[in-house]
Design a protein around this ligand. Structure first.
Ligand SMILES: NC(=O)c1ccc[n+]([C@@H]2O[C@H](COP(=O)([O-])OP(=O)(O)OC[C@H]3O[C@@H](n4cnc5c(N)ncnc54)[C@H](O)[C@@H]3O)[C@@H](O)[C@H]2O)c1
Length: 264
């Protein structure tokens, strides 16, 4: 039997944590999956910046992380506004001196037939689910490339991989996030920046609470593990891809869906 090997110790004598010394920006960090990701990153040693347009909810997340002994700051911005995104990222880099990780959990949709939608809704869905991600990634590349290290984790959706009735334009935007992830990964690997995405299946968060609950119940019947996912299960996958351990993984999309989708 192999001898037990202790984890490496930090200079203070405490066990080293996966994100010690790193700075992480979590966009949508006040939401269901985002808040759990912030909490886990902070627990694993990261200095966490919560970028969200919902200041009160962000303050709640930050307050709880601080109570638990983590280091966490607010960074209010509407991520569909490119100037606000660039200002927010510049603030983080100026204050913390570096940026190692970008996680973007921002997303929004409503469930309704495509034929009943209007252009204003389409513009919003594309702006929130796709353009915000493009703006965030564009803003962080410079600071990450300057240090030769970066981890970007986007959040797509299984809707973007296999389609979902009632979420046509959302599915289109989330599919675009996948194409963007793969292409950007090819461009920036030479700078030490790895780009991946998590693709959640149905997960119990405020976003899902606002959907048609009959459709949610029908979806659960198709999930092999027969339940919804939790935000902490999504955060675990996101945090792995954001960590130094994922050093040979880029351009990948990891479905965290209880087996709902198993396509390549
Ligand atoms: N919950 C699910 O079942 C599910 C399934 C598949 C994919 N997803 C995706 O996972 C991600 C997280 O989802 P969630 O369930 O945690 O959602 P959520 O609604 O709980 O959180 C989204 C967060 O994004 C913030 N946000 C929205 N628009 C913003 C903007 N313009 N600028 C700044 N912040 C903004 C909101 O304030 C909120 O805090 C989203 O991308 C979503 O599309 C969720």
């Amino acid at each position: 039997m192999a001898a037990h090997v202790s984890p490496p110790a930090s200079p203070s004598g405490a066990a080293a944590r996966r994100f010690d010394g790193q700075v992480a920006l979590v966009a949508g960090g006040a939401g269901g999956i985002g808040a759990e990701t912030c909490r886990l990153l902070a627990e694993l040693g990261a200095i966490v910046w919560v970028l969200d347009q919902h200041s009160t909810a962000a303050d709640d997340v930050i307050g709880q992380i601080r109570v638990d002994g983590g280091i966490c700051y607010a960074c209010r911005a509407d991520a569909t506004d490119r100037a606000e995104v660039h200002r927010a990222v510049a603030d983080v880099v100026r204050t913390s001196g570096r940026l190692d990780v970008l996680v973007n959990t921002i997303g929004w949709t409503m469930t309704r037939p495509f034929i009943e939608e209007d252009e204003e809704y389409w513009q919003t869905v594309v702006a929130v689910n796709l353009l915000a991600h493009i703006y965030l990634c564009h803003a962080v590349l410079g600071p990450m490339a300057a240090r030769g290290y970066g981890r970007i984790v986007g959040v797509s959706s299984d809707a973007g991989r296999v389609g979902t009735r009632g979420e046509t334009v959302y599915a289109a935007a989330k599919a675009a996030v996948i194409g963007f992830t793969k292409s950007l990964a090819r461009e920036v690997a030479r700078h030490g920046i790895l780009v991946n995405a998590v693709s959640p299946g149905p997960t119990r968060t405020p976003l899902l609470d606002h959907q048609d609950q009959n459709a949610v119940a029908a979806m659960i019947r198709h999930i092999p593990v027969r339940r919804l996912g939790t935000a902490s299960e999504q955060a675990a996958a996101i945090t792995f891809l954001a960590s130094p351990a994922a050093s040979f993984i880029t351009g990948q999309v990891l479905s965290v869906s209880g087996g709902l989708t198993m396509v390549d």
